[in-house]
Design a protein around this ligand. Structure first.
Ligand code: GCO
Length: 492
């Protein structure tokens, strides 16, 4: 079971008679969905919309021992037999560490306005804290300069799961010192790149690295802590986010635009019935026992400075105490609401006013990860999370995996990805025209890359990578996306 199947199984509580997916899709065009609360309607994507693409250090860079890079928990996890499909590792990946200049030329040709990348913590601080590795800083400085030269806005994620092994040896995120370790790292990077980088994400998908890395054990460091211990880590991660934002603000002040990139989980209405919309919104704000994949446990403390009642009810005595001082530290002004969205769960209002998950009929569209294709989820996640947090939204990840290959004509034809993108981007445009402020979209992902425990089996890229020769082949979807960027989404 992969992580989003885990999520789907945790969220889909009970099933009712199957609705055909096209009925669910029918909600896309249903004219009688009530107008969103008084938003000023817009015509299309804003002229300065950030059309982007995203990657992460461990998934693309390779050069895992080069220029003083220290070990991360993913290095060890990859070397542990049975953890990664077919024994694949990120040791070489897309060799982006050596090929970034050519890759940036492909980004420029694509017309990218912005590129989201992550920094490998152990390239900068090989032991996680203390001595800085200048060669690591030099690599990212060159990367940023090449992006700026190509007219591409750098968007930097500070932590995308490759945690320093030395710090894990000191109990990692469970150590009460871990927030301070992270803030120290943010300060080093902010000082080195902050003169040229203005867009920052502190942490990527904390739900995943906590629940799968420290709960289910599918991801590095492969631990299976109790829920109480996982919730201790949640609090440390939120404190780390708060201290990290403070460290960055101290360097760049309001010139920096700072957020984070949680998984955006969404239950969306399977019909246009207002009762279904209402129950969908309510469950999108809910928390359920034993499940860290939710929006409010994570975002309420860092945006409102408050622990949601739903979390207290769901986790009970397992939830650690959040002092006023904790909440003050965590709750730092953010400039946007970042979220990664791939799929959602269609629901209706069931008996007793409870949410009822609606099953996808057999054979309904799914990716090679077996994730359901749910374009409406992108509209509703923007609407529901904007209506709660009132921050401009950035889609920090969205895309699909396919088992792509090079056809006899030497091209990579990926019509499903084009259809997927067309449907999801139309829903994003619908949110924008309904007046919800969306400032950017980062396709996951730019290059086929190391997909964590799945190794290289799941190809998400707009560009096909031959992992033996490192030859890059833009897929049909690369040219389709290029056209959407050129026309600022007007063709959608
Ligand atoms: C995530 C990570 C990415 C994944 C992508 C596809 O969202 O899980 O940010 O690193 O590769 O989502 O699973």
């Amino acid at each position: 079971m992969n992580r989003r199947q885990l999520l789907s199984s945790l969220v889909a509580t009970s099933l009712i008679s199957p609705l055909r997916l096209d009925n669910v899709h029918a909600a896309e065009s249903a004219k009688d969905i009530p107008d969103p609360k008084a938003q000023e309607k817009k015509k299309g994507f804003p002229a300065d919309f950030l059309w982007g693409a995203a990657t992460a250090a461990y998934q693309v860079e390779g050069a895992y021992r080069e220029d003083g890079r220290g070990a991360s928990v993913w290095d060890k996890f990859c070397d542990t037999p049975g953890r990664i499909q077919e024994g694949h590792t990120g040791k070489v990946a897309c060799d982006h560490y050596h090929r970034f200049r050519d890759d940036i030329q492909l980004m420029k040709k694509l017309g990218l306005k912005s590129y989201r990348f992550s920094i490998s913590w152990t390239r900068i601080l090989p032991s996680g804290t203390g001595t800085v590795e200048p060669r690591g800083l030099a690599f990212y400085s060159k990367l940023v300069d090449a992006l700026l030269e190509a007219g591409i806005r750098p968007f930097c994620t500070l932590f995308h799961w490759d945690y320093p092994s030395v710090l894990f040896g000191k109990d990692g995120w469970r150590n009460p010192e871990s927030p301070r370790w992270f803030a120290e790292y943010c300060a080093v990077v902010g000082k080195a790149l902050g003169d040229r980088v203005e867009d920052w994400l502190t942490l990527n998908e904390p739900q995943v690295f906590v629940a799968l890395g420290h709960g289910a054990g599918f991801h590095a460091p492969g631990e299976k802590y109790s829920m109480a211990d996982q919730l201790k880590i949640v609090r440390h991660v939120q404190l780390a986010h708060g201290l990290g934002v403070q460290a960055l603000r101290a360097i760049g002040g309001k010139r920096f635009r700072i957020g984070w990139a949680p998984v955006g989980t969404v239950q969306y209405p399977a019909t246009s019935n207002p009762a279904d919309i209402e129950i969908a919104q309510k469950s999108t704000y809910g928390c359920s026992a034993g499940n860290l994949f939710n929006n409010t446990l994570w975002n309420d403390p860092v945006i409102f400075g408050k622990v949601p009642d739903a979390a207290r009810e769901a986790f009970g005595k397992d939830l650690p105490p959040y002092t006023d001082s904790d909440l003050k530290t965590m709750c730092q002004p953010m400039d946007f609401f970042g979220l990664n969205l791939y799929q959602g769960t269609p629901v209706i209002r069931g008996p007793g006013g409870k949410e009822k998950a609606v099953p996808f009929p057999p054979g309904s569209p799914r990716t090679t990860f077996q994730w359901p294709v749910t374009p409406e989820s992108l509209y509703w996640v923007v609407r529901f999370l904007y209506e709660r947090y009132h921050l401009p939204v950035v889609i920090t990840e969205n895309g699909m995996s396919i088992s792509d290959w090079i056809a006899e004509d030497g091209k990579v034809h990926d019509p499903q990805r084009i259809d997927f993108l067309s449907r999801y981007l139309k829903q994003l445009k619908r949110a924008v025209t309904d007046g919800y402020p969306v400032i950017g979209y980062y396709h996951w992902t730019f290059l086929d890359n190391f997909e964590w425990a799945e190794g290289y089996r799941q190809r998400f890229g707009l560009i096909y990578v031959d992992f033996e020769t490192q030859v890059r082949t833009p897929k049909d979807s690369y040219y389709w996306y290029q056209e959407q960027i050129r026309t600022n989404g007007d063709l959608l």
